[in-house]
Write a protein that binds this ligand. Structure first.
Ligand code: PLP
Length: 426
């Protein structure tokens, strides 16, 4: 599409938007009485209007039924994780047996590494991205130390080429090949939280398997943002949180994927709990852990129902909108943002967009690296009613989310950015 730099054009795109009615399904925070321009759905997604109803239903069942709610509530709590499978499977491109909602992201990352990072004398290395999210870095390091190894020996960090900000797939593959004989695990983000780069999951997985290693992905910034096909791509495992693009509320219950080929590999070592134990036998309270087939066998504790209810509200909206239609709008929305930003600073005097310019290599988010006065510019944006996100040392992350953001907001955002930088309108 040929974009135009005008409010009238932005409004026209909004009128033509097949998903425009979805914005009404969300509660938009206000600044001085007006809805903010909320570009931080990559950090905490907005609250669906229906969340309250879903949570209230659980509270009502709890009030009326007490413990009986485990079996007799509208969505029986004993089987709560099953109500997520269809929607989650659709979002990540998986079979129902491969996905579940459980725990928190970092917890799931550890559980998966317990099973899939099993260093031996020969194979002990883990390839990760440099500058991975802090929690992931701590998880990698502590797992390595847990096995009596030193992070400097065992962790190989992928680094962009000099002068570049993101990783090239061919360089990732080459690094994997280079360490092939010693490699146990490749563990990357799906969409990198800082740069917004969407990695080539299929190619990376293929290279990892070719090298005799497992491949896992942290989908915190990918789920609900980009369509995924974890089953077809042969990914071994993946984990995600639900409070970012999945709009499930602060600290919402997270999720995990384990490929079907590991579903009945009960010999895979794991940390077990009673909710992963065979369902029919769970309440017999017997000695001897028998895992459920599939990722369900990695569950530990009984389900956090109140938090889960919030996620079900959001997943219902995703099912109605469809991740492919959302992606289609997202490509336009973020493409429009990129177009306007490029017009604003054509010679890159004030900022550089470090997110890949190839739409296949990114999701909603653009990461804007400010060359000077970054924090000042960011603070001005905030005081003009824009909710964006500042990442030290110098990046403003903006994520127009197709479920609730508009083309008009993208246009107005770039006008505020122009003012904040101190550029005149040309
Ligand atoms: C948001 C995010 C986290 C947060 O971890 P929690 O366990 O949910 O607190 C971890 N890793 C990545 C890549 C993230 O983007």
């Amino acid at each position: 599409m040929k974009f135009e730099n005008s409010l009238a054009f932005a409004k026209k795109l909004d009128r033509q938007d097949a998903l425009k009615t979805f914005r009404k399904k969300f509660l938009i925070p206000k600044h001085k009485g007006k809805p903010v321009i909320y570009f931080t759905g990559n950090s905490l997604g907005l609250q669906p209007v229906t969340t309250k109803k879903f949570i209230s239903e659980e509270l009502a069942d709890w009030a009326a039924q007490g413990v009986e709610g485990h079996l007799h509530s509208k969505r029986p709590w004993l089987y709560y994780h099953k109500f997520f499978k269809k929607a989650l499977a659709g979002l990540v491109g998986a079979k129902p047996v491969e996905v579940t909602a459980m725990n928190q992201l970092t917890v799931n990352l550890h559980l998966m590494m317990v099973s899939f990072y099993r260093p031996t004398g020969q194979r002990y290395k883990m390839i990760v991205e440099r500058g991975a999210f802090s929690s992931d870095q701590y998880a990698f390091e502590s797992q390595v130390r847990f096995h009596g190894l030193h992070p400097d020996e065992a962790i190989v960090e992928l680094t962009p080429r000099p002068g570049e900000y993101t990783l090239r797939t061919e360089d990732i593959v080459e690094t994997i090949q280079e360490h092939a004989g010693q490699l146990a695990l490749v563990l990357l983000g799906g969409v990198q939280y800082y740069t917004g780069q969407f990695f080539n999951i299929r190619k990376i997985t293929e290279a990892a398997h070719h090298a005799g290693a497992y491949a896992g992905f942290d989908l915190a910034h990918a789920i609900g943002n980009v369509p995924l096909s974890l089953h077809a791509d042969n990914v071994d495992f993946a984990v995600w949180c639900s409070y970012k693009y999945l709009n499930s509320g602060p600290g919402g219950v997270a999720g995990a994927f384990v490929h079907e080929r590991h579903a009945t590999q009960y010999t895979l070592p794991r940390f077990a709990g009673w909710w992963g134990h065979h369902e029919a036998e769970r309440f017999k309270m017997k000695k001897g852990f028998i895992p459920m087939p599939g990722v369900d066998g990695w569950q530990l504790s009984n389900f956090p129902v109140i938090s889960g209810a919030a996620q079900l509200a959001s997943l219902e909206i995703f099912q109605e909108a469809g991740i492919r239609r959302l992606r289609k709008k997202s490509l336009l929305l973020t493409g429009y943002l990129e177009f306007l930003l490029t017009q604003l600073d054509p010679n890159k005097e004030h900022f550089i967009i470090i997110t890949p310019s190839n739409p296949d290599e990114r999701g909603c988010q653009l990461s804007i690296l400010m060359k000077q006065n970054g924090k000042k510019v960011f603070n001005k944006l905030v005081s003009s009613g824009i909710t964006a996100d500042w990442r030290e040392p110098d990046v403003i992350r903006v994520a127009p989310v197709p479920l609730y953001n508009t083309f008009e907001e993208v246009f107005i955002f770039t006008q505020h950015l122009r003012k904040a930088i101190g550029l005149r309108i040309t």
